[in-house]
Design a protein around this ligand. Structure first.
Ligand SMILES: Nc1ncnc2c1ncn2[C@@H]1O[C@H](COP(=O)(O)OP(=O)(O)OP(=O)(O)O)[C@@H](O)[C@H]1O
Ligand SMILES: [Mg+2]
Length: 628
């Protein structure tokens, strides 16, 4: 993988340069592509020159033998043009596609291991646009931007020198016309297209993110009456995109006209300069034909340049977004110097160490710092006031904590902070004794794993879906995790066991099974602390309560082996839920409201002490009685 060096404050800061650097282009293949491009268009120019010579010379009716070499050359250049062009296409596309794959790989690796606080605030559609279309646009600069420019420069210079050798003034006039077609017209096109490209990028991002939200939740949007509004937004973004594209088409037409005008001017100038030169005897009539007709082919190279300039612009805008994403996840400055932090104690792979020698598993005493410890923790989003403050929390392996509170109080924000995805606003947060903010995400992932409300089930096998949390998971480990997550019967009914393909976003799996599948995924992760956000959302109350109860007690935390499933290591669990009924299984319940911990204790203690908690539980049971 290409490693990026820390950018010095020079032209290397240019996002397009940095992004193209990340493509990891092989200089030899790039040079070969340019050479093949020059040979292809050079063949076209040579074909024009030899044809002009042949036609003019043939009109003088020389012995046929004098023409035969030219006839062969015409054929050779005609064939060469096509062959070289094909070879150039193959080489340059291979180069660009490999580059895009390389850049994407770098991007995915950084996203997976980098800092995430700026990422969680990014719209999914926007992220998708950056790793998708934007990376393609950066790669396109090779084939549609750099290559045509390099080929046109070499070819233009060659043709000018060749024509100049016949008649220096004609070479000069050709140089001026080529500059108009190859520099002025593209600059004009690029300048006018800049605004339209900026507009298009914004509309494209709006369109992708709106389309994704509509595709993700069409049912819910339809029920809440928001589908029409979302579709209107989509149509509006599409209309703006079309308008932006139209805006860009006009200047492109102007610069194309300028290109054609330059071709005409070059021919007229060659005639105007060539005829007097012929009269003077400085040029033979056959040479005049060559001087007048050859430039026609040279403009083939410059005719691609307005589009190339627009491509460079488009790629630059895309590169800005890609580089901004890379910098956001990898600003290069860790929040706390890494060497100031004690190294994490090695954590064994949870899925492979059943029946382990962990001190806690064997009834030994856990070290003081083990697990997740928060002291006077405040959580919130960057640039906004904290949503939860003053939180003390200790989650040791084998212990379960439930967090409850009204919607919007900051429960998800708290879990994101505990998972190291958002930096704490104040207070301290340590995982196995190391400050979480100072660890990279790979280190945090060895201690803590989060299952978000909207965690994705991928359209692949059950096994691969579990490997999302731990790439080394074997089929046996996956089966054990599924059984421990309560999916034993489901697994037995699957036609190909853990190798069964799941449909898109697990639509062919019931809501409860989907949730349990996501929980099996956290079970194969090596982390000792599981953070689970609303595991029972959208489930009927009985299924929901059974799931939350399983999570807070039993196999998720580490239980003696059952006939169906062997025990795993001890794990600590933090569950955010809106159901109070199953919380008797939790070691501690924390009630958050209005930004602070309002009450905490065991379920029984809270029922005794806290009237609000008692009332909420009573209302919840009334509700389930009413709906059952
Ligand atoms: N990506 C985000 N960027 C900025 N603020 C956010 C973001 N997500 C949530 N918030 C804000 O943080 C606050 C807490 O939201 P959070 O999602 O943590 O609540 P919650 O308790 O999990 O709610 P619910 O029970 O509905 O899931 C809210 O005011 C919300 O608007
Ligand atoms: Mg939430």
């Amino acid at each position: 993988m290409t490693a990026t060096t820390a950018p010095p404050r020079t032209r290397r800061d240019d996002p397009l340069r940095r992004a193209v650097g990340l493509l990891g282009l092989s200089p030899r293949t790039l040079a070969l592509s340019v050479l093949l491009g020059v040979l292809a268009l050079g063949s076209a120019v040579a074909l024009a020159a030899v044809s002009a010579w042949l036609i003019a010379r043939a009109s003088q009716m020389p012995p046929v033998l004098q023409l035969s070499i030219a006839t062969v050359a015409v054929r050779a250049f005609g064939i060469g043009r096509g062959v070289f062009r094909y070879a150039e296409r193959l080489t340059s596309h291979d180069l660009a596609l490999r580059g895009m794959a390389q850049l994407r790989e770098t991007l995915y690796a950084r996203l997976a291991t980098g800092r995430t606080e700026s990422l969680v605030g990014l719209r999914r559609g926007d992220l998708l646009a950056r790793v998708g279309a934007d990376v393609d646009a950066v790669g396109d600069v090779v084939v549609r931007g750099l290559l045509p420019v390099a080929v046109a420069a070499v070819l233009g210079l060659g043709t000018v020198l060749a024509i100049g050798a016949f008649l220096p003034a004609a070479g000069l006039s050709l140089a001026v016309c080529l500059a108009v077609a190859g520099v002025v017209a593209p600059a004009l096109a690029a300048r006018a297209a800049r605004r339209s490209e900026e507009l298009a990028a914004r509309s494209r991002a709006d369109m992708t993110s709106t389309a994704l939200s509509v595709l993700d939740d069409p049912g819910q949007l339809a029920v809440s009456g928001q589908l029409t509004g979302q579709l209107d937004l989509l149509r509006d973004a599409d209309r703006r995109l079309a308008a932006a594209t139209d805006t860009g088409a006009r200047p492109a037409a102007v610069s194309a006209a300028l290109g054609t005008l330059a071709v005409g001017a070059a021919v007229v100038a060659a005639l105007a300069l060539g005829i007097p030169a012929m009269s003077r005897g400085a040029l033979t009539p056959v040479e005049l034909a060559v001087v007048v007709l050859t430039p026609l082919a040279a403009f083939e190279a410059t005719s691609l340049l307005p589009a190339a300039a627009v491509q460079v612009l488009r790629s630059r805008l895309a590169a800005e977004r890609v580089i901004a994403l890379l910098d956001a996840v990898d600003p290069g400055v860790p929040a706390v110097p890494r060497d100031a932090v004690a190294p994490l104690p090695a954590v064994r792979d949870a899925a492979t160490d059943a029946g382990s020698a962990d001190p806690a598993d064997s009834g030994g005493v856990l070290p003081d710092h083990s697990g997740l410890v928060a002291r006077d923790l405040a959580c919130g989003w960057p640039g906004r006031p904290p949503v939860v403050s003053g939180l003390d929390l200790t989650v040791r392996p084998g212990r379960s904590v439930a967090v409850v509170g009204p919607s919007g109080t900051g429960k998800t924000t708290l879990l994101l902070t505990l998972a190291g995805l958002l930096p704490p606003r104040s207070g301290s947060l340590t995982a196995d004794g190391a400050t979480v903010a100072s660890l990279d995400s790979e280190q945090v992932a060895r201690s803590v794993v989060l299952t978000a409300e909207d965690a994705h089930v991928f359209e692949t096998t059950v096994l691969e879906n579990l490997r999302v949390a731990n790439g080394a998971t074997t089929a046996d480990e996956a089966r054990t995790a599924l059984r421990r997550a309560g999916l034993g019967a489901w697994l037995d009914a699957l036609p190909q066991g853990v190798d069964t393909l799941l449909g898109p976003d697990a639509l062919n799996v019931s809501g409860g099974e989907r949730r349990r599948l996501l929980l099996a995924r956290v079970l194969v992760s090596p982390a000792k602390i599981l953070l689970v956000d609303e595991p029972a959302e959208h489930l009927d109350t009985d299924t929901a309560d059974a799931l939350v109860r399983d999570l807070l007690s039993g196999s998720f935390r580490g239980e003696p082996p059952t006939p169906a499933a062997s025990a795993g290591p001890l794990r600590g669990v933090v569950v955010v839920t809106h159901r109070l009924t199953p919380l008797d299984a939790a070691d501690e319940v924390i009630v958050i409201s209005d930004g602070f911990v309002q009450a905490r204790g065991t379920h029984a203690e809270l029922l005794r002490r806290d009237t609000g908690y008692r009332d909420s539980l009573w209302r919840e049971n009334q509700g389930s009685v009413a709906t059952s």
